[in-house]
Design a protein around this ligand. Structure first.
Ligand code: ZN
Length: 84
């Protein structure tokens, strides 16, 4: 008798992005601008921020910077320490 392998087959497209679908917010870095951009996911946030920066500041923000500077939105009370 042969022991059956109980491994689960993982579903999903091969080229799926690793970024989880989580709402993110980004505080504009431009001096004097306190614009806070919130988007339902990372891709949308990047788009929204780049639009804002191009539109309001005639500038450009790198995708990596936006992702790096953005924070997850976890409900209303999102106050924590500066340093994790
Ligand atoms: Zn701004």
């Amino acid at each position: 008798m042969e022991l059956g392998s109980d491994k689960f087959v993982q579903k999903g497209p091969a080229g799926a992005t690793l970024a989880p679908k989580v709402a993110r917010q980004y505080q504009c870095l431009e001096a004097g601008c306190d614009e806070e951009i919130v988007a339902p996911d990372e891709a949308s946030l990047i788009e929204a921020v780049q639009r804002h920066v191009a539109d309001k500041h005639d500038s450009f923000e790198l995708e990596a910077v936006i992702v790096d500077m953005s924070t997850e939105v976890e409900g209303e009370d999102n106050r924590g320490e500066d340093d994790g």
